[in-house]
Design a protein around this ligand. Structure first.
Ligand code: SF4
Length: 970
C-alpha cells in the first residue's frame, strides 16, 4: 500500500529537481527543500535583502549548535558572516534527528540573547550588602581565587556537603555531576521536584525508568495530559510528531483544565476538576478490564501479577485466571459515573474516549510530564494510571506506543568516571522523603532554618530559586543570612532575582557559546547532539585556533566546561587531594584537560558508528560533530524488554521462583551510560540480568521483579501499602479539601514563547508575551462582579497577589489559572530592563511585601529596538505567595493552590505581592507532618531503596541510616 508520507517526499523531490534545484532531504528525511545543502555550509551565499535592488551577496558559514532555551535541545544553525564573524541569525539544523530542522520561536531568539544590551559580560562581585544589587567588576582570577580555597577548606575539613551546586536547566548529560563526584561532594541539587518528579515517579514505579518516550507519529490514538503542541516536555520535537500522527489519521485526546492551544487541536478535549485525572484514567482502565479489551498475553508475560497474588491474595491460587478475576474486582469501583462525580466530565464523554482508547490497541501513545502530575497531592498517580492504559494494551515499546526513555537516549561514556561520593546530604535528601524522585530543593530555606546544615559555597546555576520556587521570600531570608550560606555564586547567562542576592555573578554562555552534549527521547531512536561555541568553530574553519571560549564569546563570558576544569585545578593545585587527576589530559599527563580532548575522546571511543560515519567524509569524529552538530546512533530501537540476554552474560545463573534471573557474569562495559535503576542482587551476590520467559532469558525492566510493576513491593515495604497499586489519591485541591469560598488555582502552565528566567533577555519573545492575567470563567466573573482587565486579589494560605482578570470560557468554571512565566522584577538599576519591572521590597518581621515602582519602559542602548519598547507590563510574580507543599511520596512540590479570589481593594495595586513567612513556615510544618520518615519506615536500615534512580548516586555505605532499629515485628 502506498505510504502518503513517502509520496509527499517524492513529490517534493520531483518538483525541486524539475526546477533544476538540488533536493536536500538530509538525514531528517523531511520534504522541506529549503535548507542549505550541507555541502555548502562553509560558504553559503544569500542576497542582502536590505541592498535590494542591488544584488549584494552575503557569505556566511553555517555552524551547528543546539538551543538552550528549553530541555528539548533542538538543533540550531548559526549563520556566521564570513567577513565580520558576526552571527546574523539562527535557524533549525536539518541534520538533527530530533528536531529535523525545525524550531519554536525561542530557538531563533537566541540571537537576541547574544546581543542583549543588558547582558552580564564580566564577573561581578557585590559592592554592598547581599541583595542591595550593587556590583563591581572583578577578574575571573580574583573570583576563582576566593571561591576555590573555600571549597578546598570544606573538603579538607570533611565538610564536603557544605558545597552545593543547584541547577535549573542542566542542558547537558552528566558533566557537572562528575565534577561533584570528583570533589566527593553529594552537593547536586536540581529543580526537578518543582518540575517533573510527580510525572517521573509514576513511570518509575511501573518500569524502573522514570520517563516515557511516546511514538506519537505512528499512533492511532494520542492521549496527552499536557499541552505538548505549544510547550510541554520536548515541545518542538514532540509537537511535530503529534501533528504527523494526526496527519496520518490519529485521534488526539487532551485532558487539560484550560483550553490550551493543544486542546484546540484535539478531537476530544476533557476539562476535569484539577487532580481528578486519575479517576478518568482508572474509569478507562476499568472499561478495558471489565470488557476484557486488554492484551491478555502482554499482561500475562510482563506484569508482576504473580508477585501480587502471592503477597496480597495469599488464600487464592497464584494463577493468571485468578489474577484476572481479582483485577476486575480491584477496579470495579472506577465506573464512568464515579469518574464523572470526581471530574465533572460527563460519563458519556469518558465512555466515548474509553472506546477510542480501546480501539488503539498497542498504537496508543500517551504522555504526561508536569501538568496534573506536578500540581496535585498524589499527582504521581496521574502518570502511573496513564501508563496503566499502555500496560493494559501492550502499547509498550512497539510502534505507536510508549517506550521507556532510556531506550531512546544515548549518553556516551566520558573520559573519566570518578567514584560515587561517599557522602549523604541531608539538605537535599532529608530522611522524611526516602522515596522522593529528586532532591527536595524547594525546602532548602526551611531545612537550613531547621539547623540541618549550612553551606560554605552555594552555586546557583541557570537557576532562579527566589523567582521560580514557591515561597520566594523564605529564599530571600536564607540567601541574606550569611551564617547559613557563606558564599553564593550565581552562574548565569542573564540577570535573575536570585543573582541579585549573590556574592559573585559569573557570566556563562547561552546556547551558541558553550559546549555540551545531550540526547533526549524524542522518538524511537537514539541520537547525540553537540552544543558548541559557534565562533570558536567559525574561527577554526578559517584556520584560527581558539583554546579558551572567552577569546570568542562576548565580554568575558565563559563556558562552564572550561570553568569547572580551571576551578578544580585551583581547589587541588598539586593533586594531593585526588581531585586534579580527573581534570588532567590523558595525552599529556600533568597538563590541563582541554575541551577538545574531552569531546574527542567521547566521540572517538564511545559513540558506535560515529568514527566510521566521519571517515566516510574524511573527517575525525570531533570534526564531524563540529560540522553537523548531531549524530543518529540507532534508529527504531524497538522492544528492548523482549531482547534475549546474550549467553556471555549468563554465568552461574539462578532463577527465582518468580522467574527473575541472576548472574555472576560481570556487566559488560557498554558505551551508552544512561542512568538506569540498579535492582538488588540476590542473597549470594549475583546481579539481576533479566527474566525467564518460556525458557528464554529476556532483558525485561530494571525493576526489582524485572517486570512491569503493577504492584510495587517497594512502596509497600516503605510504608505506603495503600498506594502499592495504580490508584486515585484525592488532591489537596479536591472539593472536599477546600474551605468555603476557596477555588483551585492552576499556576503551572507555560507560554509557548517564554521559558522561566532565561527568555526575558529576548526582545522578540518579550514583545509577543509579557503578561499573565488570571483566567476566570464568565460564571465566576459574574459572581465576583469583575470583567476582563479588572484587578483581582488572589489570596493563598500565606499571602496574596494582585493580578488582572481575563474572563474566558477557556477555563473550567470554579477554577482559575495563571501562567508562571511572568512577574520578573529587580530592585534597582541592575537587571533586565525589557522584562523586569522595578519594585520595592519591604519587610516588617515575617511580613514581606513587594510593590511595583516602575513599569517596563523604552531605553536607549546600542540596540535601537530598545527605544521602541511599547509594552509596560511584566506580569505578576505569583509563586512568591505559594507555600511549599511537598508530596510525601514523590517529593514533588504540589503546585496547585487553594485560593480566594475577590475584587481588588482600594489599597491594592497591580502586581502587589504580600506574604507572611511565619505562615509559610507553618505550612511547611503541616506538609512535613504527612511524610513517612525512613527512620520509622525503612525496612532495612537504609535511607532509601538502593535500586531507585538518584542523581549523583552515593556509594552504598552512605545509604546506611544512623540510629535506625528494626521495627518490631519486621
Ligand atoms: S523547543 Fe524551542 S526552546 Fe526548546 S530547544 Fe527547541 S527551539 Fe529551543
Amino acid at each position: 500500500m502506498a505510504n502518503p508520507r513517502i509520496d509527499r517526499v517524492s513529490a517534493a523531490r520531483s518538483a525541486t529537481e524539475g526546477r533544476g534545484e538540488t533536493f536536500y532531504p538530509g538525514p531528517s528525511r523531511t520534504q522541506l527543500a529549503a535548507y542549505p545543502p550541507k555541502e555548502r555550509w562553509d560558504d553559503w551565499v544569500e542576497l542582502d535583502s536590505r541592498a535590494w535592488p542591488q544584488r549584494v551577496e552575503r557569505h556566511t558559514m553555517l555552524v551547528p549548535t543546539t538551543c538552550f532555551n528549553c530541555e528539548s535541545a533542538c538543533g540550531l544553525l548559526a549563520y556566521v558572516d564570513r567577513d565580520t564573524l558576526e552571527v546574523k541569525k539562527f535557524e533549525g539544523n536539518p541534520e538533527h534527528p530530533g528536531s529535523r530542522g525545525r524550531t519554536c520561536a525561542k530557538g531563533p531568539a537566541t540571537l537576541n540573547q547574544v546581543g542583549d544590551p543588558d547582558r552580564i559580560l564580566f564577573p561581578l562581585k557585590r559592592a554592598g550588602k547581599r541583595g542591595e544589587n550593587r556590583w563591581q567588576r572583578v577578574s575571573w582570577d580574583a573570583a576563582l581565587d576566593d571561591i576555590a580555597p573555600r571549597i578546598r577548606r570544606a573538603i579538607a575539613e570533611k565538610r564536603n556537603n557544605d558545597v552545593m551546586y543547584h541547577v535549573g536547566r542542566p542542558g547537558e548529560d552528566g558533566y557537572t555531576e562528575r565534577v561533584l563526584a570528583a570533589w566527593d561532594v553529594d552537593g547536586h541539587n536540581s529543580h526537578t521536584n518543582i518540575c517533573s518528579s510527580g510525572g517521573r515517579a509514576g513511570y518509575q514505579w511501573w518500569m524502573g525508568y522514570d520517563r516515557p518516550s511516546p511514538d506519537h507519529a505512528n499512533a492511532d490514538v494520542i492521549l496527552l495530559i499536557s499541552s505538548h503542541l505549544e510547550s510541554g516536555h520536548y515541545f518542538n520535537p514532540h509537537a511535530q510528531r503529534v501533528m504527523e500522527g494526526k496527519k496520518s489519521g490519529a485521534k488526539l485526546v487532551v485532558l487539560d483544565v484550560r483550553l490550551s492551544n493543544t486542546a484546540t487541536h484535539a478531537d476530544h478535549w476533557l476539562a476535569p476538576w484539577p487532580g481528578s485525572e486519575p479517576a478518568i484514567l482508572l474509569a478507562i482502565a476499568n472499561h478495558l478490564i471489565q470488557k476484557r479489551l486488554y492484551d491478555r498475553e502482554f499482561v500475562k508475560r510482563w506484569w508482576n501479577w504473580q508477585e501480587f497474588m502471592e503477597e496480597e491474595r495469599k488464600g487464592q491460587p497464584a494463577t493468571f485466571e485468578a489474577f484476572e478475576r481479582t483485577l476486575e474486582k480491584l477496579y470495579a469501583e472506577y465506573t464512568f459515573a464515579f469518574a464523572e462525580r470526581e471530574s465533572g466530565v460527563s460519563a458519556a464523554v469518558i465512555e466515548e474516549v474509553a472506546g477510542l482508547v480501546a480501539s488503539a490497541g498497542p498504537r496508543l501513545s500517551t504522555h504526561t510530564w508536569r501538568s496534573a502530575a506536578a500540581g496535585n497531592l498524589g499527582g504521581w498517580q496521574v502518570s502511573r494510571t496513564l501508563f496503566l492504559l499502555n500496560a493494559l494494551l501492550g502499547a509498550v515499546g512497539v510502534p505507536g506506543g510508549t517506550f521507556p526513555n532510556a531506550w531512546n537516549k544515548f549518553v556516551p561514556r566520558p573520559i573519566y568516571s570518578p567514584p560515587h561520593p561517599r557522602q549523604w546530604n541531608e539538605l537535599t535528601w532529608p530522611q522524611e522523603f526516602p522515596l522522593a524522585m529528586n532532591e527536595m530543593s524547594f525546602l532548602l530555606p526551611h531545612l537550613l532554618k531547621d539547623g540541618r546544615g549550612k553551606l560554605e559555597v552555594y552555586f546557583s546555576r541557570v537557576y532562579n530559586p527566589v523567582w521560580t520556587n514557591p515561597d520566594g521570600f523564605s529564599w530571600i531570608e536564607a540567601l541574606t543570612d550569611e551564617s547559613k550560606i557563606g558564599l553564593h555564586v550565581a552562574l548565569t547567562p542573564t540577570w535573575s532575582e536570585s543573582a541579585c542576592f549573590a556574592d559573585y555573578i559569573l557570566p556563562v554562555g547561552v546556547g551558541s557559546e558553550r559546549h555540551d552534549i545531550h540526547s533526549y527521547e524524542t522518538h524511537d531512536s537514539q541520537w547525540l547532539g553537540f552544543r558548541q561555541p559557534v565562533l570558536r568553530e567559525a574561527k577554526a574553519r578559517l584556520g584560527q585556533a581558539v583554546s579558551d571560549t572567552r577569546e570568542v564569546n562576548p565580554g568575558e563570558v565563559w563556558e562552564e566546561n572550561e570553568l569547572w576544569i580551571e576551578l578544580s585545578w585551583r581547589i587541588d593545585p598539586d593533586g594531593t587531594m585526588g581531585i586534579r587527576k580527573y581534570f588532567e589530559s590523558k595525552k599529556e599527563p600533568g597538563r590541563k584537560l582541554s575541551v577538545d580532548e574531552y569531546y574527542a575522546f567521547i566521540f572517538e571511543s564511545s559513540v558506535p558508528g560515529l568514527p566510521e560515519k566521519a571517515k566516510e567524509e574524511d573527517l575525525g569524529p570531533l570534526e564531524y560533530m563540529r560540522r553537523y552538530g548531531a549524530f543518529e546512533v540507532a534508529r527504531r530501537v524497538g522492544a528492548q524488554h523482549e531482547a534475549a540476554v546474550p549467553e556471555a552474560e549468563l554465568q552461574d545463573v539462578r532463577v527465582s521462583p518468580r522467574g527473575r534471573v541472576y548472574t555472576r557474569a560481570e556487566k559488560p562495559a557498554a558505551p551508552n551510560v544512561v542512568p538506569v535503576p540498579s535492582p538488588e542482587p540476590d542473597s549470594e551476590g549475583r546481579r539481576p540480568v533479566g527474566v525467564d520467559l518460556d525458557g528464554v532469558v529476556r532483558r525485561g525492566f530494571p525493576t526489582p521483579s524485572g517486570r512491569l510493576e503493577f504492584y510495587s513491593s517497594t512502596l509497600k515495604a516503605w510504608g505506603w501499602r495503600e498506594h502499592a497499586l495504580p490508584t486515585y489519591i484525592r488532591s489537596h485541591v479536591h472539593p472536599s479539601n477546600l474551605a468555603p469560598g476557596e477555588m483551585p488555582l492552576i499556576p503551572t502552565f507555560r507560554l509557548p514563547v517564554q521559558i522561566h528566567t532565561r527568555s526575558a533577555n529576548a526582545k522578540w519573545l518579550d514583545e509577543i508575551a509579557h503578561t499573565n492575567p488570571l483566567w476566570l470563567h464568565p460564571a465566576d466573573a459574574a459572581r465576583l462582579g469583575v470583567e476582563t482587565g479588572d484587578l483581582v486579589r488572589v489570596e493563598t494560605r500565606i499571602g496574596h497577589f494582585v493580578v488582572k482578570a481575563w474572563v474566558t470560557e477557556g477555563i473550567r468554571p470554579g477554577v482559575v489559572a495563571c501562567s508562571h512565566h511572568m512577574g520578573r522584577w529587580k530592585t534597582g538599576e541592575a537587571g533586565q530592563r525589557q522584562m523586569m519591572a522595578t519594585v520595592s521590597l519591604t519587610r516588617g518581621g515575617s511580613a514581606w511585601s513587594l510593590r511595583r515602582e516602575r513599569e517596563v519602559a523604552p531605553f536607549a542602548s546600542a540596540d535601537a529596538d530598545t527605544s521602541r519598547i511599547w509594552w509596560t507590563d511584566a506580569g505578576v510574580h505569583q509563586n512568591l505567595a505559594f507555600p511549599v507543599q511537598p508530596d510525601p511520596v514523590s517529593g514533588m512540590h504540589c503546585w496547585h493552590q487553594a485560593v480566594r479570589v475577590t475584587k481588588a481593594g482600594p489599597d491594592d495595586r497591580y502586581a502587589d505581592v504580600a506574604v507572611d513567612t511565619a505562615k509559610a513556615r507553618k505550612a511547611y510544618e503541616e506538609w512535613m507532618s504527612r511524610a513517612r520518615p525512613a527512620i520509622l519506615h525503612s525496612p532495612d536500615g537504609t535511607r532509601r531503596p538502593y535500586w531507585l534512580l538518584r542523581p549523583l548516586k552515593p556509594g552504598r555505605e552512605a545509604y546506611r541510616l544512623p540510629g535506625w532499629t528494626k521495627p518490631a515485628g519486621a
